[in-house]
Design a protein around this ligand. Structure first.
Ligand SMILES: [Zn+2]
Ligand SMILES: [Zn+2]
Length: 319
């Protein structure tokens, strides 16, 4: 779900290229993929709703135990949507060396060929394996399909993302445009309340982005953003999203010297995990978060040199 009044992916990329011309080749290479997340999600919304595929209603008991909404979901009914998503996504992905040689096999797999009669749809089995982080199940699907497991897992994540995004968009719309998990700051995990993936980027709100009138004076509440399903959620300002530490002195920040545009890395002394963060109070624009996460890779490189580890490995580093 893109933030209200945020710039588009291409507008965000234009600004990022102006800021850091040296990153232009890599930004341009991934721009079509990031753009496809939202575009395909828009196309899939209708077909998914027609099949009755939707995020289940909140179960407060499960939520209090830190169980994400889609935990345990078998992805039933998503095969056609995954096929449609793959049609848009695979041509963008198979340009990379890692996927080039598997292009034909991946296209056949997501098109549902060869169909295995009577058995469970392999695409839905892959989606469930990816969603639940069950690598053994990914390997089992990959062996049957004759595709390298790492390659199939990556393609599965990328094709599932627009499906999940369509579901999140539909869910938030059905709740008057508000994230139900943010009411009363109930969800206090560094992983996503919807799909369970760790956040790819954090953002601090401008006063105008706060829906609570008491907070509109200062803004600055911290939200986490999921790059897998596009959900956003409120998170404690100080706690580490990886290990949960709130100890004094365990949270650190670094920025690039010179103009930072509100971009920074927040990292934890205790577990050495880091998360790219944008403080929108210091940023002229509300940028697209998925594009911005890519555009902050200069800070990822510094974090890597400092031997910090990302809260979530970005898809452009996955293979
Ligand atoms: Zn998610
Ligand atoms: Zn930590």
């Amino acid at each position: 779900m893109s933030l209200p009044s945020s710039l588009s992916v291409s507008e965000t990329m234009k600004i990022l290229v102006e800021r850091r011309p040296v990153l232009e080749p890599v930004l341009r290479a991934f721009e079509p993929v990031i753009d496809a997340f939202g575009r395909l999600a828009g196309e899939l919304a209708g077909p998914l709703a027609a099949r009755g595929v939707a995020i289940p209603e909140l179960d407060l008991e499960r939520e209090a135990q830190g169980v994400s909404l889609l935990a345990g979901w078998d992805c039933a009914g998503t095969a056609d949507a995954l096929a449609q998503s793959a049609k848009g996504m695979l041509p963008l992905l198979v340009k990379t060396d890692a996927l080039k040689k598997s292009a034909g096999a991946l296209e056949d797999f997501f098109a549902g060929k060869p169909a295995c009669g009577g058995e469970r749809d392999a695409r839905e089995a892959l989606a469930q394996a990816v969603l639940s982080g069950d690598d053994d199940a990914v390997v089992a699907v990959a062996e049957k399909a004759g595709i390298d497991a790492e390659v199939l897992k990556f393609a599965g994540e990328m094709c599932l993302s627009p499906v999940l995004r369509a579901m999140v968009d539909g869910y938030v719309k059905a709740h008057d445009g508000k994230n139900p998990w943010d009411a009363g700051n109930r969800w206090q995990q560094g992983y996503c309340p919807v799909c369970g993936a760790f956040a790819t980027i954090a953002w601090l709100a401008r006063p105008s982005q706060e829906d609570n009138p008491f907070l509109q004076a200062g803004g600055g509440r911290r939200h986490l953003h999921c790059g897998a399903c596009g959900a956003d959620w409120l998170f404690k300002r100080i706690a580490c999203p990886s290990c949960g530490s709130e100890d004094k002195g365990s949270s650190n920040i670094f920025k690039q010297s010179g103009t930072s545009w509100g971009e920074r890395i927040d990292w934890c002394e205790k577990c050495k995990a880091y998360c790219p963060t944008i403080d929108f109070r210091e940023s002229e624009h509300v940028l697209d978060l998925d594009a911005l996460a890519l555009g902050m890779m200069h800070l990822d490189m510094i974090a890597h040199d400092k031997q910090l580890k990302p809260l979530k490995v970005s898809f452009w580093n996955a293979l």
